[in-house]
Design a protein around this ligand. Sequence first.
Ligand SMILES: [Fe+2]
Length: 173
Amino acid sequence: MSHKPEDPPAPEERGFASPPCYAAEFPGYFGEAPDPRLVEGLNQLLEAERAGARVLAVLRDGLDSRAPVRALLERLQKDEGANAVALYKTIKRLGGIASHETGAFVGKTLAIDGLAARLRFVNKGQEWVVRKIDELLPLVDDAAARSMLDDMRRSHVDNILACTAGLEAGLPE
Ligand SMILES: [Fe+2]
């Protein structure tokens, strides 16, 4: 179907019929460049969460399905994966270029011997994420991005505690 140039577009072709209503939803869409420090920080978090999701999948899959710690790793892995998706979408929505890299964390974790030592290292990575979020929050004006980062911070604090409790309860070395 085609229109002559003077034809108004059909409603379903109009897309963003009312730009002001969408301005908050697509801040980068209207040409306002996002703060490069914010995009860089969000990309560092994205790479870290992607690496976390990957390494936790490896650790989870290395365990017997009946191992009690498997449920914990399963939950951590899902959270990391969901965080990576949320970060990717946020970077794009803010008008930034999202990284497709995975952090070096996967190799560093797997170079360590033993599940308990690996999980202690994962927890250090999670603590780094909390510090990084604290550093970035003052740069974030966008309400949805702030709320995403607040949720991510909270889930990291919870997961660090859960992982520490699992380590204290004793995991196979
Ligand atoms: Fe994480």
